[in-house]
Design a protein around this ligand. Structure first.
Ligand SMILES: Cc1cc2nc3c(=O)[nH]c(=O)nc-3n(C[C@H](O)[C@H](O)[C@H](O)COP(=O)(O)O)c2cc1C
Length: 434
């Protein structure tokens, strides 16, 4: 089978601004309707999955004035969405540092069953002090230590997921025996960070196990992702940087002897219009509702500080910490956005609406060209698409860009499978020998 493009979309938006748009209903009912519409629109376009990011905190206080409370918990949100969608994958962020692996394993496998095999776990290690502050932690755990915890957490979670085998459920009504207990594997895990006995009372799902997503970008994080991730989320300001990353991850995965390299999907923010003028108009509209104050507050989370700086002046060098262990990758990305073309502070802040990822504004053909170029030159296997938050942008993408991608033979015309693994072309993991 020829290589196929993968499309995901952010299900929740952390950006501020669009709530000010006159057509946006900010009531809880409105938010609920938008979440459902968003997932259903992506499904109408045969997208692989909708992805829910989560930081386990409401963000720096400097952002609170400017954003809505649309900060629903991802697992409960996706459980609700699983009942009003049939095919699209549902990817949930779960912290290996702050959530217990027993809960994670059970919640994610439950979602996988309830959705018919459509769950994915975006494994993060939670870098924010504000998140640590919500979990009785005495500070953010050191970066590399977080990945050591994640190594053990993923081991526990997969052991719990693999408790039941095909042969376990015998459902012998005459004898009154449901499970062949001899084939249940108890995790019985005793490690440095976790003691978990198990099992959890759920068989393997329609896709075996939830799909593992990971966004490690530092050296430690990338090595972790090359080892464990089935899909890698990433962000790059331009194609050349994405190609470097893609090459490195593939080389690492090969060195680790992986038969299937991870599917690599950078984030891409898009604004699309039927004509160049319409796209430019949509961009101006997005810019009108964009809040530099919110964006500046948000960047404090990764130690970039332009709060109070002259919005029309250059980005001051003092915006960046002189040294850091914590946010190496994010800072390198933001530094690039702050220096490439010497933007003003306001322009720099607008660029960061998609974190340190890339953006494209254009006609359906221009957006498709950009996607095709990244896809065919070893920069990406697909994208996590962020829309600008303007009403109707994802629908426009599905109506106008997806058909162009299909005509070029890059993207599926319809779903060919039922599970998230089917969409991503990933094999069902075997239950390892005892
Ligand atoms: C597309 C994308 C989405 C991410 N979503 C989240 C998220 O929802 N929650 C979170 O805590 N971190 C998220 N991150 C940050 C990563 O988990 C990770 O901390 C970051 O890529 C830095 O890598 P490192 O931990 O190896 O330094 C995301 C990163 C990217 C590129």
């Amino acid at each position: 089978m020829s290589r196929e493009l993968h499309l995901l979309t952010f299900g929740n938006t952390r950006s501020a601004g669009p709530w000010r748009h006159p057509e946006v209903d900010n009531s809880t009912a409105g938010v609920r309707r938008r979440l459902i519409e968003h997932a259903q629109t992506a499904q109408a376009g045969a997208f692989d999955a909708v992805f829910f990011a989560d930081g386990l905190n409401y963000g720096p206080p400097a952002t609170w004035a400017y954003k809505t409370t649309e900060d629903f918990e991802p697992l409960t949100t996706t459980a609700a969405l699983s009942a009003v969608t049939e095919r699209i994958g549902l990817v949930v962020t779960g912290s290996a540092t702050l959530a217990h692996p027993y809960h994670l394993a059970r919640q994610l496998l439950s979602l996988d069953h309830l959705s018919g095999g459509r769950a994915g776990w975006n494994l993060v290690t939670s870098f924010a002090q504000a998140a640590a502050d919500n979990f009785s932690a005495r500070g953010v755990v050191d970066h590399d230590e977080r990945y050591r915890i994640a190594e053990e957490a993923i081991d526990v979670v997969t052991k719990l997921w693999d408790g039941w085998g095909e042969e376990t459920i015998v459902e012998d009504r005459a004898a009154g025996v449901f499970n062949d207990v001899s084939s249940i594997r108890v995790a019985d895990h005793h490690g440095r960070y976790f003691d978990v006995k198990g099992p959890i009372g759920a068989a393997r799902s329609a896709q075996g196990r939830p799909v593992i997503f990971q966004a490690g970008s530092s050296e430690t994080g990338r090595t972790f992702a090359a080892r464990h991730a089935e899909v890698i989320f990433t962000s790059h300001g331009n194609r050349a940087r994405a190609q470097d990353f893609y090459r490195q991850v593939h080389a690492q995965a090969r060195a680790l002897g992986r038969a299937h390299p991870p599917v690599i999907t950078p984030s891409l923010r898009f604004i699309v219009g039927s004509t160049t003028e319409e796209a430019a108009r949509a961009e101006r509209e997005a810019y009108r509702y964009f809040s530099p104050e919110y964006q500046a507050g948000w960047l404090l989370e990764v130690d970039v500080d332009v709060v109070g700086a002259d919005l029309d002046g250059p980005v001051p060098e003092s915006a960046f910490p002189s040294s850091t262990q914590t946010h190496q990758t994010a800072l390198a990305g933001y530094r690039f956005l702050a220096t490439d073309g010497n933007p003003t502070v306001r322009e720099f802040l607008y660029r960061t609406v998609n974190g340190w990822g890339a953006s494209i504004v254009g006609t359906p053909e221009q957006v498709a060209d950009e996607i095709e170029e990244w896809f065919t030159t070893g920069a990406a296997d697909g994208f996590v698409l962020g829309d600008s938050g303007l009403p109707g942008q994802l629908a426009l993408f599905v109506e106008q860009v997806v058909p162009v991608l299909r005509k070029r033979g890059l993207f599926r015309h319809e779903y060919t499978g039922r599970t998230l693994r089917d969409h991503l072309g990933l094999p069902v993991p075997e239950r390892p020998a005892r």
